[in-house]
Design a protein around this ligand. Structure first.
Ligand code: SIN
Ligand code: FE
Length: 298
């Protein structure tokens, strides 16, 4: 069985709302949607993959915020930075245009998050434990609570010859049913229900993101999985090799993943609110609320 669902007819006259819905269903059941070639022209690949000599200027990933057109994480010369920003803005705009047709049920409600250029070789990166990308985890953003919205990522491997190598394991519903108790779901839910000061801290302008119990748990679960050496070594693993120029979409809150090697990828993140999902009961928020027996998104 291939590790992904390949999209073949996007852009053909046969493409229609029913197929778009089937793509959403595949993603929401935690499958990976895969294109052998990008579904649009990705500009600037030669420029980006020539950034080899600028390793010291690429701090981590370079991020691009479509809402403000701001770029972070790159300290090269202004001309190079301007070109990188232009390329990221183009990738972002085209990914949005593509997602609005490919995943039509989300079109009116999706929220655009950051884009990124992942310019460093992933193998052998020396990162602190919770930031390591080579350990299996589900994504959660400390600074951007989603309140149950799902994290959708749109990747293209722009390396001219090297695959980008991921591993995955069982999906979030299985992991949550097995480990949510151990990882502290009940305690997080109870603590959030007691905490009345979240809003107050906001009033005083303190930088405390007003996280729901859901967001608190997802952050905790991200860390818990990375800290759990037994889980990391013993869990069943599927290796996935994304070929050069392939493109894939995945809900990274539902598909535990780790990147073992690869260099030069472009990525755009979307937040899909709960009310836009076609099968919300399958989303991590639905799964966790069922386990906890209470609402967690408030
Ligand atoms: C991650 O989200 O953990 C990294 C994925 C990648 O860069 O391929
Ligand atoms: Fe991740």
């Amino acid at each position: 069985m291939p590790p992904w669902v390949e999209v073949r007819d996007f852009g053909s006259p046969e493409w229609n709302a029913e197929r778009a819905r089937a793509c959403c269903e595949a993603l929401e059941s935690n499958q990976i949607l895969f294109f052998r070639q990008p579904p649009f022209v990705v500009e600037g690949c030669d420029f980006l993959t020539a950034q080899r000599s600028l390793d010291s200027a690429v701090h981590k990933n370079v991020s691009y915020r479509p809402a403000s057109a701001a770029m972070r994480g790159f300290s090269g010369d202004p001309k190079t930075a301007a070109e990188m920003r232009r390329i990221l803005a183009l990738y972002s705009a085209r990914a949005v245009e593509c997602v609005q047709k490919l995943l039509l049920p989300y079109a009116a409600k999706l929220r655009l998050d950051y884009a990124s250029f992942r310019g460093l070789e992933e193998a052998g990166r020396n990162l602190p434990l919770h930031k390591r990308n080579d350990l299996l985890h589900v994504d959660a953003f400390p600074s951007r609570p989603t309140r149950g919205g799902r994290i959708l990522r749109f990747f293209t491997n722009i390396h001219p010859s090297k695959t980008r190598v991921w591993i995955t394991t069982e999906r979030f519903p299985e992991l949550a049913r097995r480990f949510a108790g151990e990882a502290g779901l009940k305690q997080v839910a109870a603590a959030r229900a007691r905490r009345k000061f979240g809003h107050l801290l906001h009033v005083f302008g303190l930088p405390v993101p007003d996280r729901s119990a859901y967001d608190e748990f997802m952050l905790r679960f991200h860390d818990w999985l990375k800290e759990n050496t037994r889980f990391q070594s013993e869990c069943a693993k599927d290796k996935i090799e994304f070929p050069p120029m392939s493109t894939w979409l995945v809900f990274t809150d539902g598909v535990p993943h780790a990147v073992l090697s690869g260099q030069y990828a472009l990525e755009q993140t979307f937040i899909i609110p709960r009310e836009a999902l076609v099968t919300p009961q399958q989303a991590p928020i639905g799964v966790l609320e069922e386990i906890a027996g209470m609402q967690l998104a408030g």
